[in-house]
Write a protein that binds this ligand. Sequence first.
Ligand code: NDP
Ligand code: GDR
Length: 378
Amino acid sequence: MKVALITGVTGQDGAYLAEFLLKKGYFVHGIKRRSSLFNTDRIDHLYQDQHENNVHFKLHYGDLTDSTNLIRIIQETQPDEIYNLAAMSHVHVSFEMPEYTANADGIGTLRLLEAVRILGLANKTKIYQASTSELYGLVQAVPQSETTPFYPRSPYAVAKIYGYWITVNYREAYNMFACNGILFNHESPLRGETFVTRKITRAATKIALGLQNCVYLGNLSAQRDWGHAKDYIEAMWLILQQEKAEDYVIATGITTTVRDFVRMSFEELGIEIEFSGKDENEKGVIINVDEEKAVTLGLNLDNLKPGQTVVKVDPKYFRPTEVDLLLGDPTKSKTQLGWEPKYDLPALVKDMVISDLHLMKKDEYLKDGGFKTLNYFE
Ligand code: NDP
Ligand code: GDR
């Protein structure tokens, strides 16, 4: 039985990857952080009672900032494959926590590679490093491929560029099977609530149910190449199944503005939005509601009046340095890995909106029952 170790198993990608590898018959070890509240919501359905026989999924407390902990876990688990998904992954937050981000995302990658080397597993253990389209940063060329120069624009991207190059260096210096997946943005119903897509789908469904009036966003003109996380974790696995260790871009090859993602999310609920104004004064207003669709979805029509402003801009969400345009060229992954995404953007938006509508109906139920629901996600 193959053994995999996933760092960041409690995150969006970690949860989908753990499920995927378990289905493939792997024994999956995951590293989770100690926290004062449970942080395993995304993987609770995979939990296996460790007292039972035939256990294939085990969690270990750990942190990418703790070398001895990583060495011990790798020694104990002797993995065939390590997927290094753990990171302080929020670009905006990295401007507020640059040192921690460098430590976890940059040096953390080194700690993992070095642990494998020290333990004499360089010839056994394959390593996947979660690299990112944020490495491209300030646009040098589009579409962005494996050969496009990097120009990072945030402490997060600078930390990840260290992770990228130290992975390449360990591959070349020690002949390790260590690869970078340069993944463009990928989303899902499990996406963290403060990333823009999930913030939008949560807000749109809350607004549609009358639980919120308006959502405040930052740069609506930013363009991202958005795919579905379920497709992207399969690419991670494929990268480690190749004969030769190489780096790959994983993307859809289509880019969309944040503004259009907002439009598409509301449209999924039968609500048409028109944007007007510029920069900080831009706003999104309801211009039409498909009442039949709204009734079918169980929406609150009292709250959905043409003329109502549902999107405003708050400059606090602008970043000190922004990445304006990401558009990936997935030619290499399509030809060499045979990777093909199953979800296009409309299917992704639908998956997220329907899932959040379900979730928000629980809030509606609580509100109707006299409970206060909070709206503290930014
Ligand atoms: P998430 O933010 O959802 O998950 C990050 C995971 O890392 C969580 O399990 C988190 O734990 C864990 N973590 C954070 N800091 C540490 C630490 N110091 N030690 C151990 N674990 C830690 O990210 P995604 O699942 O979206 O992304 C997975 C990886 O891929 C990340 O490295 C990200 O930077 C990268 N990436 C993501 C892309 C995307 O669009 N999603 C695109 C390209 C790259 P906890 O749950 O306790 O917070
Ligand atoms: P990103 O994702 O920075 O691309 O990093 P995010 O969803 O945070 O931002 C995408 C774009 O939307 C703009 N934006 C806003 N962003 C947030 N979070 N909140 C807002 O209110 C808002 N309004 C507009 C941003 O300015 C940006 O241009 C993600 C992370 O998953 C990284 O870990 C990963 O490496 C990259 O994707 C690829």
